[in-house]
Design a protein around this ligand. Structure first.
Ligand code: HEM
Length: 223
């Protein structure tokens, strides 16, 4: 059987990636809106602040910072590489600040820390978010750092990997957050299961482009 190469300029290919991008945005909207509604209607004080900072920080701003670099993303497709990078780091920095603040607020509020899987994974996500900010600066200054023997591909690959680990652990922590009794009683067991499935799908789909970029960078580095 002869395989036809993918025609990246064909209308069919463009329609497929555009639909995929819209679908990802839809999933993001659901995954962010439901915990926000819960926070507005059912929580107060530290837990309220925790949710309204962590969820938009990780799932909205960090998620958009990943999407901004995808070649077929709606709002960034017409930007040049320099501006794409600029938008990426601004969104990632804003998301990280919100997420770190939301995590620290709830840690200070609790008497005993990291006694739940939700909290432990949230801590891991926060640590990787901080490391990711450092590797992000290294990736941004990859060319001058080349002079002190840090290969640009290495700083960029490590930045993508740390970013993905932070994002995946934050999403897993979020799923355990949905599994809490207070949330479950608010939306019901079926909707809880639905939101957990949507969060998992959203996280997997969002990581496809960074995984592909890592693969391409590794191939280039070892050539
Ligand atoms: C990306 C989203 C989220 C992250 C990264 C995250 C992370 C964290 C962290 C780090 C803690 C502190 C743990 C400790 O000090 O022991 C925590 C506690 C808490 N979170 Fe979240 N959280 C997120 C979303 C949510 C959501 C959506 C809810 C509610 C539905 C929630 C409810 C709570 C509650 C009730 C606590 C205190 C009890 C416990 O530690 O399990 N969180 N979270």
């Amino acid at each position: 059987m002869v395989h036809k190469p993918i025609n990246f300029e064909s209308k069919g290919f463009k329609a497929t990636v555009a639909s995929y991008n819209v679908f990802l945005h839809l999933l993001m909207g659901i995954v962010v809106a439901i915990p926000m509604l819960y926070a507005f209607s059912n929580t107060s004080g530290a837990i309220y602040l925790h949710i309204v900072l962590c969820v938009p920080g990780y799932q909205l701003l960090m998620g958009q910072s990943f999407l901004g670099l995808c070649p077929y993303n709606t709002w960034s497709a017409d930007l040049n590489t320099v501006n794409k990078r600029r938008v990426h780091w601004v969104l990632a920095l804003m998301g990280s600040v919100l997420a770190i603040a939301g995590s620290i607020i709830v840690m200070l509020y609790k008497n005993v820390n990291f006694n739940t899987l939700h909290g432990k994974l949230g801590l891991v996500a926060m640590v990787f978010t901080v490391v990711n900010l450092v590797t992000g600066v290294a990736a941004l200054y990859a060319t001058p750092l080349r002079r002190i023997f840090i290969p640009p591909s290495l700083s960029k690959i490590s930045h993508i990997l740390f970013g993905m680990v932070a994002f995946v652990t934050a999403s897993t922590s979020l799923c355990y957050g949905f599994d809490k009794n207070a949330f479950r009683n608010w939306v019901g067991a079926e909707v809880t299961l639905g939101v957990i499935i949507f969060t998992a799908a959203f996280t997997i789909f969002l990581c496809i482009n960074p995984l592909h970029t890592t693969y391409k960078r590794c191939v280039t580095m070892f050539k």
